[in-house]
Design a protein around this ligand. Structure first.
Ligand SMILES: [Zn+2]
Length: 296
């Protein structure tokens, strides 16, 4: 028998200018029956109201890099997002507890990068991987990206309870709602809720043993000049091509003067989060990942 899931959280607005999640939470607030299931409670919330109000990614720092155990326990950190993270941690967690207030978090994001429907997963937790595999089976065009994040300790909001992950859908400009991707994101949310209903009532037809993933290898920064300014752009061949398989010699950047800069790493890595607007400040032009099938 499975240990029953009692409470599933849907979070949106963690980045205040990613409107899909913001408006999906608005929709569920108006009509909670849309996400109501018989065997568990669904909880949903806007996480960064300050950033949503300004329609910016964050007020002082990236909320979705603020849920490290050290940060949550550090009372000297008092920025808007540090305080917010501690409040959210009390609501959903606390992180590290055996008895968190919610059992699973799906955090809704959009990306300016053209990578379709993706789940970004950063945990070894078995249940999270079972959910991801189920969603992938129901929605085959979805990609699973395994990424521990760009900080040491996992810092995503989805890391508060033992189980959870981030949903990334794009390309969507910051501050823009796109109907097609709004409904696609809602479809992923509903598929995850369906999973838990089947899971709790022991009606899942199988246990998933394998899954195809894109496993993060490294991030690549833009070429920069001595003044640290970017001096080349993402090459047009890559621009609209999330999960692009790279071969030695492929042009990846083009300088402002039109000169190609080519890929020199090993063949067969896949580029994603290509030219994500929010990652300019993080020094990330794209992530490179290995495509592989892993045992669950
Ligand atoms: Zn985001």
């Amino acid at each position: 028998m499975n240990k029953k899931i009692k409470k599933v959280a849907i979070t949106g607005g963690t980045h205040g200018n990613e409107l899909t999640g913001v408006y999906l939470i608005n929709k569920f607030t108006k009509n909670p029956n849309l996400v109501k299931k018989g065997s568990f409670e669904t909880f949903f919330m806007h996480t960064n109201l300050g950033a949503m109000k300004q329609c910016t990614r964050y007020v002082e720092k990236d909320l979705n890099r603020t849920f490290t155990k050290n940060g949550l326990n550090d009372s000297t950190l008092t920025s808007y997002e540090d305080v917010l993270a501690k409040e959210i941690n009390q609501k959903l967690g606390p992180k590290g507890s055996d008895n968190t207030n919610v059992d699973f978090v799906m955090d809704l994001h959009s990306t300016t990068s053209n990578m379709g429907l993706s789940i970004c997963i950063s945990t070894e937790d078995k249940l999270s991987w079972q959910v991801a595999a189920y969603v992938k089976e129901c929605i085959p065009e979805l990609h699973i990206f395994s990424w521990k994040g760009d900080t040491g300790d996992t810092s995503f909001i989805s890391s508060i309870p033992p189980s959870g992950f981030t949903i990334e859908v794009g390309s969507i400009p910051q501050g823009v709602l796109r109907a097609d991707m709004f409904f696609e994101t809602e479809r992923i949310v509903q598929t995850i809720l369906d999973f838990f209903e089947l899971y709790n009532t022991n009606k899942l037809e199988k246990t998933y043993t394998q899954i195809e993933i894109y496993d993060n290898v490294k991030t690549v920064d833009f070429p920069r000049g001595e003044d640290d300014n970017i001096n080349a752009m993402v090459h047009p061949n890559l621009q609209e091509n999330g999960y692009f398989e790279l071969k030695k010699g492929d042009p990846v950047f083009v300088t402002l003067d039109g000169e190609n800069i080519c890929y020199e790493d090993k063949d067969g890595l896949y580029a994603l989060f290509i030219n994500e607007a929010a990652y300019y400040e993080k020094g990330v032009a794209m992530c490179l990942a290995d495509k592989k099938v892993i045992e669950l």
